[in-house]
Write a protein of this length. Structure first.
Lengths: 187, 952
C-alpha cells in the first residue's frame, strides 16, 4: 500500500487530518507525472489534465486490492492539485506577457492544455475560495468540471450525486461565480 | 438547509419556468427578504447573460470525454475539397462527418477529423507513406481510404468511402443472428482482412466499431473501415510518449494483441490482426470479450498489460457456461438459441478456433486470415478443423497455469455442495409432511449425485490433461501438491459414493505413476480397490483394473509377494467379467509381475502373448498392443533371442508411429528399446543410428532436466564408444553436463568415459563434481574414491574411507550403502580402517552385502583358502554377475601358488567383465571395483609362472 492509498483508507475511517496530507502527495505526483511527460512530448503539444488525473489515479490508487470508496477523496484532492497547477501555469504565462519574459528552461514548468482564457481561469479562481466557504460540495464540482475537465456525469459519479443534481449545482455555481466576478470588477 | 442551498432551490425553480414568469416567481418566493431577492436577481442575470463563461473547461477535455469537446468543425464548413454535411459519429480518436466532394467527382464521403493533439505533419506523412498500399486495396468489404490532410486548425483528417452501417456486434444482436449466420458474416470480414494483408496493409485496430454492416438487397455486407489510419496515427510505438501510448491503449484494450500491449516490439504484423479477429469472434459468439475492457481499465496499466500478455482467457464455451443465468439467457436469445444448445454449439471446434487466434505467441495463431476463415468454413461443413486441441503437453502446461483457478473452482463447488447438504438436511427436518420430505430428499439426492459427478468429471479431466505429460519432468512439485490435496478431498467429499471415489482414486494413481511416484500411486490404487469393493452393483471390471494396477505398481516397487497376488486376483476377476479390454490389461499386469523394478522376465511371456493376441483381435488399442510387444521384445532380448526381439521392437515402434504424434514420448521410448536390442545384438551401426534418433527426440520433447535424459545420453555415448567414436561420445556427455550442471549423473558419466579415454587422473575432477552435487550417494562416493585409488592418490583414498566408515548409517535396509563403503574400503590393502571394515563384514554375515564382501575381506587378511570357499558359496550376486569376486578368487589362487586354477578363475572373471550386456561400465558405477581387482589379480598371475605350478 503506498502513501496515497494509506491516507485514503485513513480518511475512510474518519481521519480528517489525512485528507490534508493527501493533497501535497497528489499534487506532487501530478507535477512529477506532468513534468515527466513534458520532457518527452514534442514542442507545441500540451497535456490533457483529465488524462493526467486519471493516470495518476491508475498509478496511485487503482492497484490496491480492496475496493473501497476512496475514489471521491482522491479525485477531490486531484482536482485541487490540478487547480493549483493550472493557476500557476496561467500566472506564469501572465508574468511572461507582462515583460518577465525568460525562455523556458525548466522542464518542471508544465504546459497543460487549457481551452479557457487564462484571465477567466484566474478570475474564477479568485472567487472560488469564497464560494467554497459557502458550499464545499459545489466548489468541488466546479474543480472537477472546470479544472480537471470532467463531464458533469463523471463529476457526479465522483461526488456520488445524481446527474440532475450535478447539473443543477453547476448551473447555480456558474451563475454565482460570474455574479461574484462582475461584482468585484465593478468595485 | 444552508443559505446556498436555499438560494439554489429557488434559483432552480425559477429556471424551470419560462423566462417571462421568473421575476414574478422570485418576488413571491423571496417575500419579505429583500437581500435574497436581489441576489437571485443578479444570479438570474448572470445566468442569462453568461455567454460562454466557463463553458470550456480550464482543463481542455480529453479525447474520450466527448461531451465537452468543443467541436470546431460544423456542418456547412469546408475542409479542403470537402464540404461537411452532418456529423455521423464520434469515437475515441475523432469525429466523423458526411461530407460532399465536388471535384474531381461529386460524391459523398466520410471525413474523419482526428481529435488527438498529435503532430499533424507526421500523421499526414505516415499516411502518405502508406497511401500507395492503401490505393491497391479493392475489396467489397473494405471501405477505401481516399485522402488525408490537415484542417485549418491543424488537425489531421482522413477521407473514406462513406459507409452508413451499424457496428457488427450491434447488427448481429439487433437481428438475433444465429451462431451460423454470425460465422458466415465473420468469414466475409476475414476475407476482407486477408485482402488487405495481401496488399501489405495491416489494420492494427480491428474492433466492432471499425466493422460496419450495411444491408444491400437484403444481404448483410460487412465493411471494414479505417484501414491505414491506425498506422498513420500511431506511428512507431517506441517513438510515442508513454502518455500518448496510454491514451491509445485505453481506447481498445480488449482488442489489443499481446505484442501490441507489450509496447516493446516494433514488429506488429498481420498476426496482430488475427488476434483482434479472434477477439471479435469471441464477442460474436459469447457477447463478451475475452477480457472485459472495464476490468482491464480498472486494474491499472501494468496489470492490464500483464493480463493481456500472460493470462489465458476462458474458452468461449466456458465463458458462456460460467455466466449468470439471466445474462446467458439474453446472450442465447440474441443468437436464436436455448442456453444449453448455444454452449454445445460453441464447445469444441469453435472454442479451439477462437483460442488459436488468441494465442499469446504469434507463431501459434493462424498464419493468415484466410486460414482462419477456412477453418470456420470447415466447421460449418462439419469437417475436422485445423485448430485441433493442442498436444497433451501443451494442454498440461495450461492446466498447471490454470490449476490454482481450477482448484479454487473445485473447492467452491465442493464447499457449496457441502453447505447445500447441511441446509437442505436442516430444512428437511423441519418439513412437516412426510411426503414433502420424501420429495425433498429425492431431489436432494439427485442434485448431490449430479453435482458430485460434475466435480468428479472436472477432476478427472484435469488429471487426464495433466497425466501423461507430467512424465516429462516439469512442474512436478506443483502437481504433486495438487494431487495430494485432491486425494485428501476425494476421501472426505465422496464418502457415500464409492464408485465416484474409486474412479477418482484410480485416476490419481495413474497420474502418480506418470510422475514417477509409485509409492503414492500404490496408496491411491489401494483406496480405489477398497472403494470399488464397497460399491454396490456389478463393478468387477473396474475392480479388476484397479487391482491389476495396484499389483503392477507393487511389483515395480519390488514387493513381489503382494504384487503377484493382486495381479493374479485381478486376472481371475477379469476372466470372469468377460470384458476383453480389461482382461488384456490384467494379463499385461500379470506378465510384468514376475520381476521387480519394471523389468521383463521370461515367466511373463505367455501372459503378454495372450494379451497381444487379444489386442490384435480387438484392433482398437494399438498403443496397448505396442506395450505388449515391447514387453515381449525385452523378454526375448533377455534370453539373447535378438532376432525375435528386434522384430517385436520394430513392430511396436511402427504401431506407435502410426497412432501417435511423431514426437510422442512413447515413440521415443520405443526407439530406446529398439536401440538396446540392437546394441545387445551387436548391431552397433544400427544401434548408433537408433539412439541418435532417440536422443534427438528426447531432447525435443523433454526438458533438459528430465530424469531419463541421462539414460539415453549414456546409451548413445556407449554406442559411439563401441564404434570408436569416443571423443564424440565425450563431447555429447560433456554438453549435457554443462547444460544441467546440477545433475550429478552426467558428471559421473563424463568421468567414466574420460577414464576410458584418457586415464584416471584426468577423470577424477568429474567424479569430484558429481560428488559435490550428491555428497550422500555411496555409489558416487565409491566411484570417486576408487578412481583416486586407481589414479594413485592413496592419501586421499585413505582419508575418505576413514570418514565414510565413521559415518556408516545405522539403518541401511537394503544394505547397499554398506556394500559400497565396505567393499571400497577393502579394495586397497593399505587402508587404515582395514581392520574395522573386516570386523563389520564378519559380524554381519547374515546379510547379503557382508557375504558378498567376505572373499575380499579374507583375502586381504591372508586367509586365501577361506576367500576361495566364500566365493564358491556365493549365491547372491551384486552387481548381477559381477566379476569382482572371481578376480579375488583368481588372486587368492595365485597367492596359493595354483597358477592353473588362478588362470581359470581369471578367464571366468574376464568373461563376465567383458560381457557388454551385463557389465557395462557406463551403466554401472560399480565397474571400477572389478577394474581395480582385475589389475591386482593380473599382476599376481603374471608373476606366477605356470612352470613353477607344474613343479608342484
Amino acid at each position: 500500500m503506498n502513501d496515497v492509498t494509506h491516507l485514503l483508507s485513513a480518511i475512510e475511517q474518519g481521519d480528517q487530518k489525512s485528507a490534508e496530507e493527501l493533497l501535497p502527495l497528489v499534487y506532487g505526483e501530478l507535477r512529477r507525472l506532468a513534468a515527466a511527460k513534458m520532457a518527452r512530448i514534442q514542442a507545441g503539444q500540451t497535456l490533457q489534465p483529465t488524462a493526467l488525473v486519471h493516470e495518476a489515479y491508475l498509478r496511485l490508487v487503482a492497484h490496491t486490492p480492496q475496493k473501497w470508496d476512496g475514489r471521491a477523496h482522491f479525485f477531490s484532492a486531484a482536482a485541487e492539485a490540478m487547480r493549483r497547477i493550472l493557476i500557476e501555469n496561467a500566472r506564469r504565462k501572465a508574468a511572461l506577457r507582462h515583460g518577465g519574459g525568460q525562455p523556458r528552461l525548466n522542464i518542471d514548468e508544465v504546459e497543460i492544455a487549457s481551452a479557457a482564457k487564462d484571465d477567466e481561469m484566474l478570475a474564477v479562481n479568485e472567487v472560488l475560495e469564497e464560494f467554497a466557504k459557502r458550499d464545499l460540495q459545489k466548489a468541488e464540482l466546479v474543480k472537477l468540471r472546470y479544472f480537471v475537465g470532467m463531464t458533469l456525469e463523471e463529476a457526479a459519479e465522483v461526488l456520488g450525486i445524481s446527474d440532475t443534481m450535478a447539473k443543477r449545482h453547476w448551473t447555480y455555481a456558474r451563475a454565482w461565480l460570474l455574479r461574484e466576478i462582475r461584482k468585484q470588477q465593478n468595485q | 438547509m444552508n443559505a446556498s442551498d436555499r438560494e439554489e432551490t429557488i434559483f432552480a425553480s425559477a429556471l424551470a419556468l419560462p423566462p417571462a414568469k421568473r421575476a414574478a416567481f422570485l418576488d413571491k418566493a423571496c417575500a419579505g427578504d429583500g437581500t435574497l431577492r436581489a441576489r437571485l436577481g443578479e444570479l438570474l442575470e448572470a445566468h442569462e447573460g453568461g455567454g460562454g463563461f466557463m463553458e470550456a473547461p480550464a482543463a481542455a477535455a480529453p479525447p474520450t470525454a466527448t461531451a465537452t469537446v468543443p467541436v470546431l468543425e460544423r456542418a456547412g464548413d469546408r475542409i479542403g475539397r470537402y464540404k461537411l454535411l452532418e456529423q455521423i459519429g464520434e469515437g475515441g480518436c475523432g469525429v466523423v462527418y458526411v461530407a460532399e466532394q465536388t471535384e474531381p467527382v461529386r460524391r459523398r464521403v466520410a471525413l474523419k477529423v482526428i481529435k488527438l493533439g498529435m503532430d499533424t505533419k507526421q500523421v499526414v506523412a505516415r499516411f502518405e507513406a502508406e497511401r500507395q498500399a492503401l490505393a491497391l486495396m479493392d475489396h467489397p468489404n473494405i471501405a477505401k481510404v481516399l485522402d488525408a490532410g490537415a484542417t485549418e486548425t491543424g488537425r489531421p483528417y482522413f477521407v473514406m468511402e462513406l459507409v452508413r452501417g451499424v457496428k457488427i456486434t450491434d447488427y448481429c444482436d439487433q437481428n438475433n443472428l444465429s451462431t451460423k449466420e454470425r460465422l458466415e458474416l465473420f468469414i466475409k470480414v476475414c476475407q476482407a482482412v486477408q485482402h488487405a494483408h495481401q496488399k501489405g496493409v495491416i489494420h492494427r485496430d480491428l474492433k466492432p466499431s471499425n466493422i460496419l454492416v450495411t444491408v444491400n438487397d437484403g444481404v448483410a455486407v460487412p465493411k471494414v473501415i479505417d484501414f491505414g489510419i491506425a498506422k498513420a496515427t500511431q506511428g512507431r510505438l517506441t517513438d510515442r510518449t508513454i502518455y500518448t501510448a496510454f491514451e491509445q491503449f485505453v481506447g481498445t484494450p480488449a482488442y489489443t494483441s499481446p505484442e501490441q500491449a507489450a509496447m516493446t516490439s516494433l514488429d506488429i504484423d498481420t498476426r496482430s490482426d488475427i488476434y483482434s479477429l479472434g477477439v471479435l469472434l469471441y464477442e460474436l459468439l459469447t457477447g463478451r470479450t475475452p477480457f472485459e475492457a472495464k476490468e482491464l481499465l480498472e486494474a491499472g496499466l501494468d496489470a492490464m498489460r500483464r493480463t493481456i500478455c500472460e493470462k489465458e482467457p476462458l474458452k468461449p464455451s466456458t465463458r458462456l457456461s460460467t455466466m449468470v443465468q439471466a445474462d446467458l439467457t439474453i446472450v442465447a436469445h440474441h443468437r436464436c438459441a436455448e442456453p444449453p444448445k448455444l454452449i454445445h454449439a460453441v464447445r469444441g471446434d469453435l472454442d479451439w478456433i477462437v483460442m488459436k487466434c488468441l494465442e499469446k505467441k504469434r507463431a501459434r495463431r493462424y498464419e493468415t486470415a484466410n486460414g482462419l476463415a477456412a477453418d470456420i468454413q470447415r466447421h460449418l461443413n462439419c469437417e475436422p478443423v485445423v485448430a485441433r486441441p493442442p498436444s497433451k503437453f501443451y494442454e498440461f502446461q495450461k492446466t498447471v497455469r490454470r490449476h490454482k483457478f481450477g482448484f479454487a473452482a473445485a473447492a467452491t463447488v465442493m464447499a457449496a455442495l457441502a453447505l447445500g447438504l447441511i441446509l437442505s438436511t436442516l430444512e428437511a427436518r423441519r418439513a412437516v409432511r412426510a411426503e414433502q420430505e420424501q420429495e425433498r430428499l429425492r431431489q436432494m439426492a439427485e442434485t448431490k449425485e449430479k453435482n458430485s459427478q460434475q466435480v468428479a468429471q472436472f477432476l478427472t479431466d484435469m488429471l487426464k490433461a495433466a497425466g501423461p505429460s507430467v512424465a516429462r519432468g516439469r512442474d512436478v512439485t506443483v502437481l504433486r501438491e495438487m494431487l495430494d490435496k485432491t486425494a485428501a478431498r476425494v476421501g472426505s467429499e465422496f464418502k457415500d459414493q464409492p464408485e465416484v471415489q474409486g474412479d477418482l482414486w484410480f485416476t490419481l494413481g495413474l497420474t502418480f505413476v506418470d510422475i514417477g511416484d509409485r509409492a503414492r500411486a500404490t496408496t491411491n490404487y489401494q483406496h480405489a480397490v477398497d472403494s470399488y469393493r464397497k460399491a454396490p452393483g456389478e463393478r468387477s471390471a473396474k475392480l479388476a483394473r484397479a487391482l491389476g494396477a495396484l499389483g503392477h505398481t507393487q511389483c515395480f516397487l519390488n514387493d513381489l509377494a503382494h504384487g503377484q497376488t493382486n495381479c493374479q486376483l485381478a486376472l481371475d476377476i477379469a476372466r470372469q467379467c468377460g470384458d476383453t479390454k480389461t482382461l488384456a490389461a490384467c494379463l499385461m499386469d500379470r506378465a510384468s509381475s514376475f520381476a521387480g523394478w519394471g523389468l521383463t522376465s521370461e515367466e511373463g511371456v505367455p501372459y503378454a502373448r495372450e494379451a497381444a493376441g487379444l489386442y490384435r483381435q480387438l484392433g482398437t488399442n494399438p498403443v496397448s498392443l505396442a506395450n505388449c510387444l515391447g514387453f515381449l521384445a525385452g523378454a526375448n532380448s533377455g534370453i539373447s533371442n535378438y532376432v525375435e526381439a528386434e522384430s517385436l521392437a520394430r513392430e511396436a515402434l511402427a504401431l506407435l508411429r502410426d497412432n501417435l504424434e511423431p514426437d510422442h514420448p512413447r515413440v521415443a521410448n520405443a526407439l530406446l528399446m529398439l536401440g538396446q536390442v540392437q546394441l545387445h545384438a551387436g548391431k552397433l551401426e544400427e544401434a548408433e543410428s537408433t539412439f541418435r534418433q532417440c536422443y534427438e527426440l528426447y531432447r525435443k520433447i523433454y526438458d533438459k532436466d528430465y530424469p531419463y535424459m541421462p539414460i539415453i545420453s549414456r546409451f548413445l555415448a556407449l554406442a559411439l564408444l563401441r564404434r570408436d567414436k569416443g571423443s564424440e561420445a565425450q563431447a555429447i556427455l560433456l554438453q549435457q553436463a554443462e547444460n544441467s550442471p546440477s545433475n550429478a549423473i552426467y558428471w559421473g558419466l563424463v568421468g567414466r568415459l574420460t577414464a576410458q579415454l584418457e586415464g584416471w587422473r584426468p577423470a577424477t575432477k568429474y567424479f569430484v563434481r558429481a560428488r559435490e552435487l550428491s555428497p550422500d550417494d555411496p555409489e558416487i562416493w565409491s566411484e570417486l574414491v576408487t578412481a583416486e585409488l586407481l589414479g594413485g592418490e592413496l592419501d586421499e583414498y585413505r582419508q575418505q574411507c576413514h570418514l565414510f566408515l565413521e559415518h556408516l548409517p545405522k539403518v541401511d535396509r537394503t544394505g547397499m550403502t554398506h556394500w559400497w563403503i565396505v567393499t571400497t574400503s577393502l579394495l586397497a590393502a593399505q587402508a587404515d580402517d582395514f581392520q574395522r571394515a573386516c570386523e563389520l563384514v564378519d559380524s554381519n554375515l547374515n546379510r547379503w552385502w557382508a557375504r558378498q564382501v567376505k572373499p575380499l575381506a579374507d583375502y586381504r587378511r591372508g586367509k586365501f583358502e577361506s576367500a576361495i570357499q566364500w566365493t564358491d558359496r556365493q549365491e547372491d550376486d551384486y552387481p548381477p554377475r559381477c566379476a569382482a569376486t572371481r578376480y579375488v578368487k583368481a588372486a587368492a589362487l595365485a597367492r596359493l601358488n595354483q597358477p592353473e586354477a588362478a588362470r581359470a578363475s581369471w578367464s571366468e572373471a574376464e568373461k563376465l567383465y567383458q560381457n557388454p550386456s551385463d557389465n557395462d561400465y557406463l551403466v554401472n558405477g560399480a565397474w571400477n571395483i572389478p577394474e581395480y581387482l582385475r589389475g591386482e589379480a593380473k599382476s599376481l598371475i603374471d608373476q606366477t609362472p605356470v612352470s613353477s605350478a607344474a613343479d608342484k
